[in-house]
Design a protein around this ligand. Structure first.
Ligand code: SME
Length: 161
């Protein structure tokens, strides 16, 4: 198994995500188990960048309800309905949502009051079904942009293999 968690703070985002993706692929080589993969991705992404909250909401009732999955950080909300908050919007529309300042996002769900910006990406399996969303919260505004979206989508593409 590949060595410990990486700290990628301070690197240009493109380089950080490239190293992160290689590291995750090495650590999870030969593993095909959604929970083990979600737990490992959460731990490695969270510690690479020092985010506030990093983890998955799993689809438990397609089109209706998600429940918290593996995550790192402060206590997360247990359930989120499709269409509610940033996570529910990403799930309902099956698209990445980048929020520069959570105070400007109507219906944002504040699981932790110190969250200031957020990115949520859909997680699609090999059948094309939405199985989860991957959510990251930062305690600073404007943390995420299209480079984060691209880098994280690359990491999550393993769930579609
Ligand atoms: N802020 C999210 C809820 C999940 S947590 O922040 C962990 C949202 O609005 O969907």
């Amino acid at each position: 198994m590949a060595e410990a968690t990486l700290d990628l703070r301070g690197l240009p985002k493109s380089q950080a995500y490239s190293e992160l993706a290689s590291h995750i692929e090495a650590v999870l080589d030969g593993i095909d188990d959604d929970i083990a993969e979600m737990a490992t991705v959460s731990a490695l992404v969270h510690n690479a960048f020092g985010f506030l909250w990093t983890g998955f909401y799993r689809v438990v009732t397609p089109g209706k309800l998600m429940r918290v999955g593996p995550y790192q950080g402060t206590l997360g909300c247990l359930e989120i309905a499709f269409g509610r908050g940033v996570c529910g919007t990403a799930a309902a529309e099956r698209r990445a949502v980048v929020v520069h300042d959570v105070e400007t996002f109507p219906g944002h769900i504040a699981c932790d009051a110190s969250a200031r910006s957020e990115i949520v990406l859909p997680v699609i399996d090999s059948s094309g079904d939405l199985i989860a969303v991957f959510d990251i919260d930062s305690e600073h505004t404007g943390t995420f942009d299209s480079e984060d979206e691209r880098g994280l989508a690359q990491v999550l593409s393993r769930f579609a293999r």
